[in-house]
Design a protein around this ligand. Structure first.
Ligand SMILES: [Zn+2]
Ligand SMILES: [Zn+2]
Length: 247
């Protein structure tokens, strides 16, 4: 999902400005940026994971934005003189699974949650939830890297590998079965969007490790919330956005 940052507009009518002023006004307009809330590049994702290690009390957030006029490289990679590593098409659905789970726990940072022992419990809960997110992100990173190696998508990717991968993705499009059920809440919307994109079948690549990471995340969040949050029972089971994998 993309969040649009609307460019600020000058309140003067451009038609009444001189050509000099028009040129200056156009020059001053901010670039049309889009924040990539889900389809971020791997470099920016890894920056966010490192930030979580350093600042476990901050909300997990991937800062990756593109200029719509040259969207092939994100602004952050442009600044680092790097080339974006985008998530391969064949596993894009798993990005939405990851984001659904991250959004699901975000409320413990952003909402008014009642903790059993006040601030002390809140700090412990943040640390444990941060560790749970970190474990999930590590498993996701492993899923991506394994998939790229399996399809020879690392380093300088040959035209043959690109063509082979494109054909592999095309041949699987029939497996995409979008879930049309709407449930309120961004974490449920991301879970629904996961069904609109390609995902691995159980047993392919690192899919079993990824499924195990989802189970571990569920158990870690349940245990943390039970320990530190009051009136927790209503939310965890009903609000968990993904099916718990049957391993
Ligand atoms: Zn980026
Ligand atoms: Zn990038």
């Amino acid at each position: 999902m993309a969040d649009f940052i609307m460019p600020r507009t000058n309140c003067q009518d451009p038609d009444v400005l001189s050509s000099d002023k028009k040129a200056k006004t156009q020059h001053k307009l901010p670039k049309p940026y889009i924040n990539l809330a889900t389809l971020w590049c791997l470099q920016c994702f890894r920056c966010a994971v490192r930030h979580l290690d350093e600042e476990p009390f901050d909300v997990f957030h991937v800062a990756c934005s593109i200029d719509v006029r040259c969207p092939l490289t994100c602004d952050e990679c442009k600044d680092r003189d790097d080339k974006c590593d985008w998530i391969p098409q064949g596993i894009r659905g798993h990005v939405f699974e990851l984001m659904a789970l991250i959004k699901f726990v975000e409320k413990y940072w952003t909402d008014d949650i009642a903790y059993k022992d006040g601030y002390e419990s809140q700090e412990k809960a943040y640390a444990e939830l941060g560790t749970a997110i970190n474990g999930l992100c590590t498993a996701f990173d492993d899923l991506v890297e394994t998939h790229k190696k399996d399809h020879m998508l690392t380093g300088n990717v040959s035209d043959e590998a690109k063509a082979g991968y494109f054909a592999w993705c095309e041949a699987r499009q029939h497996m995409v079965r979008p879930n049309t059920q709407y449930i309120e809440g961004l974490h449920f919307q991301y879970a629904r969007r996961a069904t609109e994109h390609l995902r691995l079948r159980m047993g392919e690549g690192a899919s079993i490790s990824w499924a195990a990471a989802i189970c571990a995340f569920y158990l870690a969040v349940t245990s943390t919330v039970e320990k530190y949050v009051t009136s927790w029972s209503y939310s965890i089971v009903d609000q968990f956005p993904l099916e718990i994998p049957d391993l």
